[in-house]
Design a protein around this ligand. Structure first.
Ligand code: NAD
Length: 420
């Protein structure tokens, strides 16, 4: 099944619990606009290469389209459409005045020099320019994109329109109008949700944690959790992971080692790496094995479709906390539910990123500069409110947290709809 089709099943399922007109469900089951760009690009060598880029503007019922830009070889229209759909749901769950959007370039950024990436980003921005803007569509970082790339985008867009337009994109560097706290926001938001959840479930810390994906989301989340008495026993990236069932890792050290080596499995305590990171004491583990560890919390924080019908039966965690977008297939979700594993859905768990993106956009629009304490306080309130609302529906209607989140989103989206 295509990812987008399976995303719609969750929508349909939630719609059964509320009274909504058919036309509304039809309206939000299709994106408003799907844009594909194909352009030729000059490499440093002088060779020309064709590049495909995408932007899906799913729906702007709640405000300007909003969503990240991903640079990855697997980016395609089906994936971008699903990611934009999830953004629509997520923005409604966390109650920020944004619609759903997403985009990306279908390429492996590791095969391009920094100069090439800058030229690519600027070229992509010129292609996107007629369709984006602070009150139209506001991109942000996602997989393999970061504040440097967002700064290039802002700079190129400002050149195209002839004036400084900070609010056209979020996730910028702080010196270029980015918000304090944006870098760690997705992890911080996840932490606020998780703390509420374990309170409701009456779980006692320390809880053991395995995290798949050690980029912006996974590494920041790991650092925050480890500072709050969670025991991180396994982490992984695209090349594999490390596992320490005894004490759990010193995540600051692991992050430092990963930054120096470029990948995590190089941080296994062997030879010179041991000298570099003496306190890292673990064994290597594959991404597949990491998913099956007997931990309290399993945290997918890489890509979609990693928990499938093939491995769901073998998952032994008590809670699956989705920091990645779409990590669990629809069928696998049913298996986890049957096994009594609590799944905290992506549209709630990782919505801290877009929340602080909203704060950044707001500060840019109003020419304000908030301190970190203010950002995190406001983030905490947003996340705790979102969790409380989802939890209430989950309890009242006896549905999964995912269905509860979709019900909440549908209610909020429908309120803003006017038939044409
Ligand atoms: P990133 O590029 O910073 O990091 C991605 C990580 O996943 C890297 O460690 C990479 O090595 C690893 N990875 C990639 N392919 C893998 C594979 N096949 N198996 C195991 N690990 C793999 O990206 P990110 O910004 O951390 O995003 C991670 C996830 O979180 C994505 O699903 C993204 O859409 C979602 N998300 C990101 C944000 C944000 O603000 N960046 C906000 C909400 C949700």
């Amino acid at each position: 099944m295509k990812i987008f089709d399976s995303s719609l099943i969750n929508l349909e399922k939630a719609s059964k619990y509320i009274d909504l007109p058919k036309w509304f469900l039809k309206q939000i089951s299709v994106p408003e606009r799907m844009i594909q760009f194909n352009f030729s690009f000059k490499r440093d060598s002088g060779d020309m290469e064709m590049v495909s880029g995408y932007r899906v503007q799913y729906n702007n019922l709640l405000g300007p389209y909003k969503g990240g830009l991903r640079f990855h070889p697997q980016v395609n229209m089906d994936e971008v459409k699903s990611l934009a759909f999830w953004m629509m749901i997520k923005d409604a769950v966390v109650n920020v005045p944004f619609g759903g959007g997403k985009g990306g370039l279908e390429l492996d950024p590791k095969k391009f020099s920094e100069k090439e990436l800058e030229r690519l980003t600027r070229q992509f921005t010129r292609e996107l320019a007629p369709n984006i803007g602070p009150e139209i569509d506001v991109p942000a970082p996602d997989v393999n994109t970061n504040s440097k790339i967002m700064d290039w985008l802002e700079n190129e867009y400002s050149k195209v329109v002839g004036k400084k337009m900070k609010a056209v994109v979020t996730g910028k560097s702080v010196r270029n109008g980015g918000s304090l706290g944006r870098e760690a926001a997705t992890g911080m938001g996840g932490f606020f949700v998780l703390e509420q959840l374990i309170k409701k479930l009456g779980l006692k810390k320390p809880l053991t944690v395995a995290i798949q994906g050690f980029g912006n989301v996974g590494s920041n989340f790991a650092q925050i959790l480890s500072k709050h008495n969670y025991k991180i026993v396994a982490v992984s990236d695209i090349k594999g992971g490390i596992y320490d069932k005894q004490g759990g890792f010193n995540i600051d050290l692991v992050k430092k080692c990963c930054e120096e080596k470029g990948f995590l499995s190089g941080c296994y305590c062997i030879g010179s790496v041991c000298d570099l990171a003496k306190k890292i004491d673990g064994g290597v583990i594959t991404n597949e094995d990491l998913l099956q560890l007997p931990v309290d919390l399993l945290i997918p924080a890489a890509l979609e479709n990693v928990i499938t019908t093939e491995n769901a039966k073998k998952i032994r965690a008590k809670i699956v906390f989705e920091m990645a977008n779409g990590p669990t297939t629809y069928e696998a979700d049913q298996i986890l539910n049957k096994k009594g594993i609590i799944v905290v859905p992506d549209v709630l768990a990782n919505s801290g990123g877009v929340t602080v993106s909203y704060f950044e956009w707001y500060q840019n629009m109003k020419n304000e500069k908030w301190n970190l304490e203010k950002v995190n306080k406001k983030l905490q309130k947003k996340m705790e409110d979102a969790f409380a609302n989802v939890w209430k529906i989950h309890q009242e209607k006896k549905v999964s947290l995912r269905t509860a989140a979709y019900i909440l989103a549908l209610q909020r989206l429908f309120k803003k709809t006017k038939p044409q």
